[in-house]
Design a protein around this ligand. Structure first.
Ligand code: 13P
Length: 263
């Protein structure tokens, strides 16, 4: 990892916690985690219903909030949707193209590209999630899947704005809630992050490819976090299930701090 790249530890709570439960969790977290190194960023991605109240409670110097999803249009007749324009006072980051959005809600690469553009247009940092399915992996289509998701997700991102994007590699077959999930091994993750940097290098140049942050997500827990953070080219973790328990999320944060201190 180059010294310029931060370590990101992100909790994706998915559709869990009421606003009261989310507030209690944050209270516990802020109590437990006192010092956060400057080159580390902890981000919580709660359900949209909790964003406003957490944004008032959160110590923004220590923690940031992310939206799990949003509509790519800034305003208009989109019943039931929330735009990034409406969210931007509450969050600094926005997850785009999570595989659960792609496969459960049929979001296309084009829509995901528009969401990445909407986040940048509204001053938020997009966290673009990409990753192949089990079938794609079995059919040796990992590289083409990664390339097409990157090409679609970054379609509207200029050379000037690419440094604002974070990429999260989350192979769908490694996400704990998916049937038959198994954790990815370090070799698979290294190969994927190399492919991502290669593709970024082709479009935006070598320096940009070196600078962009790539995170890993999929069945990370407190026992495996350290190993994943040791993979060259991996700059942090996007955590689902294990982030729902404050104790295990705090343990992952401590592990990440230890890794930073080792540098
Ligand atoms: P798990 O950590 O539960 O596998 O979820 C990963 C994920 O989807 C984070 O966005």
């Amino acid at each position: 990892m180059t010294s310029a790249r931060k370590t990101y530890i992100i909790a994706n709570w998915k559709m869990n916690f009421t606003p009261g439960e989310a507030s209690l969790y944050l209270h516990r977290l802020q109590d437990r985690i006192d010092h956060i190194p400057r080159d580390m960023q902890i981000i919580l991605a709660p359900s949209v219903i909790s964003l406003q109240s957490l944004s008032l409670q959160i110590n923004r110097r220590q923690f940031k909030l992310a939206a799990q999803n949003f509509n790519q249009n800034d305003y208009g007749a989109y019943t039931g949707e929330v735009s990034v324009t409406q969210l931007r006072g509450f969050v600094d980051y926005a997850i785009c193209g999570h595989s659960e959005r792609r496969y459960k809600f049929h979001e296309t690469d084009k829509e995901i590209g528009e969401k990445v553009a909407a986040a940048i247009r509204n001053g938020l940092t997009p966290i673009l999630c990409i990753g192949e399915t089990a079938i794609e992996r079995r059919n040796h289509e990992t590289a083409s899947s990664i390339y097409s998701q990157l090409a679609g997700g970054l379609h509207y991102v200029s050379e000037e704005d690419i440094s604002k994007v974070i990429i999260a590699y989350e192979p769908v077959w490694a996400i704990s809630s998916n049937k038959g999930a198994r954790p990815a091994n370090p070799g698979d993750i290294k190969e994927a992050s190399d492919l991502i940097r290669k593709h970024i290098s082709k479009i935006y140049g070598k320096d940009t490819a070196e600078e962009i942050s790539i995170l890993y997500g999929g069945s990370v827990n407190k026992d495996t976090a350290g190993g994943y953070l040791s993979i060259p080219g991996i700059d942090g973790l996007l955590i689902g299930n294990a982030s729902l328990i404050a104790d295990s999320f705090c343990a992952i944060v401590e592990t990440a701090k230890g890794k930073i201190n080792e540098r």
